[in-house]
Design a protein around this ligand. Structure first.
Ligand code: C5P
Length: 222
């Protein structure tokens, strides 16, 4: 049995992190949420009232900011230094600005470097947009998770209700579609399915069913 690299990519709210966490737990692998890293830099930049289109300033911030993942069940905590930003990086203001920050080449360069380091020993499930294409092109398992925009908006809506966030469903769907458009059309590492990735449409699957399908793929490769 070998410790594999598992890359899970796909558009916003396709269920990547939920599924990735469960798969990691099942195989006793590390879980790395790369979206949280782009969100952490976005949050820090917003806090400093930075102009997010100032590539040089935001890239400098990305180099200086140490993002820490702290194990926790059910939620992995995200910290910058000693500041716990786990919930803060899920706020709509961060969500609606993160694609701008993620399009900056020098920001990606720094975060991709950190992601490769985290994954270097294998035994990892990493989720994001460019893991199979750019971050870990040699990953043994590559999954591309998709679901209809409507289904993804409904899932996000239900999550928001639990958190007390009150955004109308149609607005959520528009925001998701806009973020996907920005992520898919940017110049550097756009969201796209790796040629050797397996596409998995989760629209009518339960979380358990998706986890089982991915686990089967891993078990066969181990
Ligand atoms: O996965 P999540 O929705 O939290 O990611 C937030 C944003 O971070 C994405 O919309 C995308 O702009 C960016 N991202 C990225 N590359 C990754 C992971 C996330 O560009 N590997």
């Amino acid at each position: 049995v070998s410790a594999l690299q598992v890359a899970i990519d796909g558009p916003a709210s396709a269920g990547k992190s939920t599924v990735a966490k469960l798969v990691a737990k099942q195989f006793n692998y590390i879980y790395c949420d790369t979206g949280a890293m782009y969100r952490a830099i976005t949050y820090a930049a917003l806090q400093q009232h930075m102009d997010l289109t100032d590539d040089i300033a935001v890239a400098q911030l990305a180099k200086q900011t140490k993002i820490i993942f702290q194990p926790g069940d059910p939620v992995q905590r995200v910290l910058i230094g000693t500041q716990d930003i786990t919930e803060a990086i899920r706020q709509p203001e961060v969500t609606n600005n993160v694609s701008t920050v993620a399009a900056i080449a020098a920001v990606r360069e720094e975060l991709v470097r950190q992601q490769r380091e985290i994954a270097s020993h294998g035994g990892i499930v990493m989720d994001g947009r460019d893991i199979g294409t750019t971050v870990l092109p040699a990953a043994e398992v590559k999954i591309f998770l998709v679901a209809s925009a409507h289904e993804r908006a409904v899932r996000r809506y239900k999550e928001n209700v639990l958190k007390g966030i009150d955004t109308p469903l149609n607005q959520l769907q528009e925001e998701i579609e806009l973020r996907d458009k920005k992520d898919s059309t940017r110049k550097v590492s756009p969201l796209t399915q790796a040629s050797d990735a397996q596409k998995l449409d989760t629209t009518s699957l339960s979380i358990e069913q998706v986890v089982e399908k991915i686990s089967d793929v891993i078990t066969k490769k181990q």
